[in-house]
Write a protein that binds this ligand. Structure first.
Ligand SMILES: *[C@@H]1O[C@H](CO)[C@@H](O)[C@H](O)[C@H]1NC(C)=O
Ligand SMILES: *[C@@H]1O[C@H](CO)[C@@H](O)[C@H](O)[C@H]1NC(C)=O
Ligand SMILES: *[C@@H]1O[C@H](CO)[C@@H](O)[C@H](O)[C@H]1NC(C)=O
Ligand SMILES: *[C@@H]1O[C@H](CO)[C@@H](O)[C@H](O)[C@H]1NC(C)=O
Ligand SMILES: *[C@@H]1O[C@H](CO)[C@@H](O)[C@H](O)[C@H]1NC(C)=O
Ligand SMILES: *[C@@H]1O[C@H](CO)[C@@H](O)[C@H](O)[C@H]1NC(C)=O
Ligand SMILES: *[C@@H]1O[C@H](CO)[C@@H](O)[C@H](O)[C@H]1NC(C)=O
Ligand SMILES: *[C@@H]1O[C@H](CO)[C@@H](O)[C@H](O)[C@H]1NC(C)=O
Ligand SMILES: *[C@@H]1O[C@H](CO)[C@@H](O)[C@H](O)[C@H]1NC(C)=O
Ligand SMILES: *[C@@H]1O[C@H](CO)[C@@H](O)[C@H](O)[C@H]1NC(C)=O
Length: 808
């Protein structure tokens, strides 16, 4: 090893020419050295004991090497002058020797990022000159015989103490109130990511010079003591990831506070107080998951120097005001998973430094403002799960740095831009919108030449209603009967007007390929049968598993328009509808090849007792079905009524995502057929009264059936159960027990899964049942529409989320 003796008093080696090897024993022969500095080299082995025998040493710097071994127990017997010991970022283990206190001149101890074990040496408190103590990122634990961190108490004698770091150690125990007896010179306490628990000590209020307090990610609880308000020099407070009750008013008078990290605690009162806007020094504000439930104070927009504002996962309400553009320096804005509503203000475009904008999972509506295209620093934009409508502004193409973009689950329509960052986006960014069109890689239909702006929406304007009626149900899939009802005038606007449907012509498959796929329609592959045909499980040549639905040839005569209707139906594409993969149509044979749903139907999950679905799974299934219905009812140019929403028509894929079973085409119904078929359907218990009595079909029939299905899912009682008859129906049974006797109707197996919080969970199930009742009102006009239903269910889901860990 070629180290250089620069000076009798100083031995250093410069970083850019790495020293590799071990610290030579001979080093101790260099008498009179005052400093050893081999920081950030590639030294290995353990530190020779001889080093600790150089009594002239003032500092030892060996940080950032690969040194291992232990420190000798006699380490400080011969280092009376040592002021700085820097050994951080090595792999030195064992205990920190008690003899460290014999280095009575020590001012700085830097042992972080090693593997020291055992407890904190109590003798540290004897180092009366100690200023900085950094033992973070080790494997130090607390004295098992004591439940408090008594090393803190022992440090009270260190009159010059400035910084204590002990974060990232497996430290258990409570912080003693004697923390208030530490020297008032203490400026920083870093004890993040440990197992500290119990109440936060009020003694902290004595440390009036404190500028940084980091106890994030521990298990502290109780009330943040009011003595905190004395810490007027505080600049950074990290208490995130604890379980404390915090009054934000405590910080009102702070003049230097720049960072307030309180996420995952509980803000008393659920509101951000007005006075927070007076802390103009604020740079970073993290208040996510804090139970905030009010609207934002106007004063918040005074915090002109704010760089990061994270308020996600609360229940904040109100709209985003135009004043949001006061926060010009903002780089991160996260408001996701709240109840913000209203439009996104145009002024948001003024936030030219904003890199990350997250507004997902709110109730924002209106158009995406053109001005977002001026946010030239934007890298990530998540607007998914809102009610945004209109089209995607072309100005987004200007955002060169945009790498993440998500507008899934909104009501957007029109062309997806294709230039700029859109070159790299995939279909994942645009899932489930109303009528987006554009490049095929986005899995949307190509755009027609029609203007996207003033399309009619809803049935009434368009005067045409395509109705899909499920007449039979088959395990595994179901067969839909397809109806056009041409209303009085504008009869010519039929499906022939193909321009309004951008065509997906799905793949065709040969008769022989299907024969092979199903092993010649082997009975072993039979998934189910119904009056319109049979469904078989099949394996295509490419290995994909599918469900093949073969139509009964005896009914073939009624399939005159098979090809055309099939094309129309294949245009209905949604994550929660089973997909038509291909079809096979010969004069005497017709079949549809559908996505295979390995988890079968919801009906079998509810009524065959195999596994119990938990509350969230049941709610998720309802939300999936509601999304599909939203798509059918309002997501297309032409409204589609499904007309047989019920558990056996809801199929579950391997991830338990629900799909309304899709479009078998078995019959084109004319006037007479329609009557027949109404008679057949009238025997079912899911049917709306006006449908049963008059054959009147509309989207509110689906809502009615959906309401009955909600009741069935949570009571696990089929509406056709023998307990129901002329005098009692599922609906009246549920209605009778609301709200006080809800537990009398809820599925007992579900009830038994609640541990804590059963009260809160039941309150949410009650809300779900309210949705069900609003869906099943006798008059179709009084029923909720699908968008109201979906909004309510999504809201309930948010309220239930805090309790979901009870089912994992
Ligand atoms: C330390 O130095 C003293 C003399 O100053 C000597 O007697 C002793 O043997 C040395 N110890 C080691 C471990 O080198
Ligand atoms: C180390 O310090 C302890 C207590 O302060 C003292 O009893 C002991 O004599 C010291 N040892 C040496 C070698 O200085
Ligand atoms: C940490 O210390 C404990 C004993 O206190 C030991 O069992 C464990 O292996 C150590 N972990 C590491 C990563 O060194
Ligand atoms: C703080 O120190 C004083 C004086 O040494 C002592 O009386 C008091 O008990 C200490 N407080 C705590 C909480 O330990
Ligand atoms: C706070 O400091 C005062 C003296 O200024 C002292 O009497 C008191 O014990 C300290 N509080 C705590 C909790 O240590
Ligand atoms: C959080 O604190 C509350 C009381 O403040 C307590 O009831 C609850 O059990 C704590 N939760 C956890 C996860 O420690
Ligand atoms: C907000 O939460 C607080 C409890 O943190 C509660 O007292 C208050 O009623 C809630 N306000 C609203 C509007 O829900
Ligand atoms: C904010 O500060 C101003 C002036 O310093 C003061 O008048 C006002 O009362 C403060 N607002 C709050 C809510 O504390
Ligand atoms: C698309 O991604 C590639 C590779 O990640 C990157 O080099 C390119 O700049 C991106 N294009 C745009 C327009 O963002
Ligand atoms: C957008 O959000 C949806 C819903 O959370 C998700 O399924 C999809 O993968 C996301 N897209 C991207 C690009 O991450």
């Amino acid at each position: 090893m070629n180290f250089v003796k620069l000076h009798t008093f100083l031995l250093v080696y410069h970083m850019n020419n790495f020293v590799v090897g071990v610290v030579p024993k001979e080093i101790s022969k260099l008498s009179n050295i005052q400093q050893i500095n081999f920081g950030f080299n590639k030294l290995t082995g353990s530190i020779p004991v001889d080093v600790f025998n150089i009594s002239t040493l003032i500092s030892i710097t060996l940080s950032g090497n690969h040194l291992s071994g232990n420190l000798p127990s006699t380490m400080c017997y011969n280092l009376p002058n040592l002021a700085g010991l820097y050994l951080g970022k090595n792999i030195i283990g064992g205990v920190i020797p008690n003899s460290i206190a014999n280095c009575s001149n020590l001012q700085v101890i830097e042992l972080s990022e090693n593997v020291f074990q055992g407890s904190f040496p109590k003798s540290l408190g004897d180092l009366s000159l100690l200023k900085d103590l950094d033992l973070s990122n080790n494997n130090l634990s607390s004295d098992p015989s004591s439940f408090t961190l008594d090393f803190i108490t022992s440090l009270a004698n260190c009159k010059y103490l400035s910084v204590i770091e002990f974060g990232n150690n497996p430290l258990y125990g409570v912080i003693p109130d004697s923390i208030g007896n530490l020297s008032s010179t203490v400026e920083g306490i870093y004890g993040e990511t440990g197992k500290l628990r119990g109440d936060f000590p009020s003694g902290i209020g004595n440390l009036s010079c404190l500028n940084t307090l980091d106890l994030a990610d521990n298990q502290l609880s109780g009330l943040l003591p009011s003595s905190m308000k004395n810490l007027l020099n505080l600049q950074r407070l990290y208490l995130g990831g604890n379980n404390m009750s915090i009054s934000l008013e405590l910080f009102c008078a702070f003049k230097n506070l720049g960072l307030l990290g309180l996420e995952e605690n509980y803000i008393i009162g659920g509101a951000i107080p007005d006075c927070l806007g007076n802390i103009t020094s604020m740079r970073v504000l993290y208040l996510s998951s804090n139970g905030l439930n009010s609207s934002l104070p106007v004063s918040l927009w005074n915090l002109k120097d704010l760089l990061m504002l994270v308020l996600s996962s609360n229940s904040l309400t109100g709209s985003l005001p135009p004043e949001i553009n006061n926060l010009k320096r903002l780089t991160l804005l996260d408001f996701s998973s709240n109840h913000f509503s209203g439009d996104i203000p145009r002024t948001i475009g003024d936030l030219e430094n904003l890199q990350n904008l997250y507004l997902a999972h709110n109730q924002l509506e209106g158009h995406i403002p053109e001005a977002i295209g001026s946010m030239l620093s934007l890298e990530q934009l998540d607007l998914s799960y809102n009610f945004l409508s209109g089209s995607l502004p072309l100005s987004l193409e200007k955002l060169q740095d945009l790498t993440f973009f998500n507008v899934s689950f909104n009501n957007l329509r029109g062309k997806i831009p294709s230039q700029g960052p859109f070159i790299n986006f995939t279909a994942e960014s645009f899932i489930s919108n109303q009528a987006l069109c554009g490049a095929s890689r986005f899995h949307v239909p190509p755009c027609s030449n029609r203007p996207t702006q003033h399309r009619p929406s809803g049935i009434n304007k368009h005067k045409i209603l395509i109705i899909l009626v499920v007449t039979i149900s088959i395990v595994g899939t179901a067969c839909l009967v397809f109806v056009y009802l041409k209303y009085k005038n504008k009869g010519k606007t039929t499906i022939d007007d193909q321009e309004s449907f951008s065509l997906f012509t799905h793949k065709r498959i040969s008769y022989y390929e299907l024969l092979q796929a199903t092993n010649r329609y082997n009975q072993d592959n039979l998934l189910g049968t119904g009056s319109f045909g049979s469904v078989y499980k099949g394996v295509l040549k490419d290995g994909s598993v599918v469900a093949v639905k073969v139509f009964n040839s005896q009914l073939e005569g009624s399939f005159k328009s098979f090809d055309k209707e099939c094309e129309v139906l294949c245009n209905l594409r949604h994550r929660n509808l089973t997909k038509v993969i291909c079809s096979c149509s010969n004069p005497d044979f017709k079949a549809l090849v559908l996505d295979y749903m390995p988890n079968g139907s919801l009906h079998s999950w509810l009524h065959s007792n195999k596994c119990i679905l938990n509350v969230m799974q049941r709610l998720d299934i309802l939300i999936d079905v509601a999304c599909a219905l939203q798509y059918l009812h309002v997501g297309n140019l032409t409204s589609v009524a499904h007309c047989d929403v019920k558990p056996s028509n809801v199929l579950l894929d391997e991830e338990m995502v629900a799909h309304i079973s899709d479009f078998g085409i078995s019959k084109l119904l004319g006037g007479e057929d329609n009557i027949t078929y109404t008679k057949t359907l009238a025997t079912f218990c899911y049917i709306a009264p006006e449908y049963a009595s008059e054959g009147l079909i509309s989207t509110s029939c689906d809502i009615y059936s959906f309401g009955i299905m909600i009741m069935e899912i949570f009571t696990r009682k089929s509406p056709s159960d023998e307990m129901f008859g002329e005098n009692l129906s599922l609906k009246s049974w549920v209605q009778r027990c609301m709200p006080d006797k809800l537990t009398a109707v809820i599925d007992v197996d579900l009830l038994s899964t609640f541990n804590q919080h059963s009260h809160e969970i039941l309150a949410n199930i009650l809300s779900i049942m309210d949705v069900a009742l609003a869906c099943t009102r006798v008059s179709p006009r009084e029923r909720s529409n699908i968008e109201e239903v979906l909004a309510s269910l999504n809201k309930i889901k948010l309220q239930l989320l805090p309790y979901t860990n009870e089912w994992h």
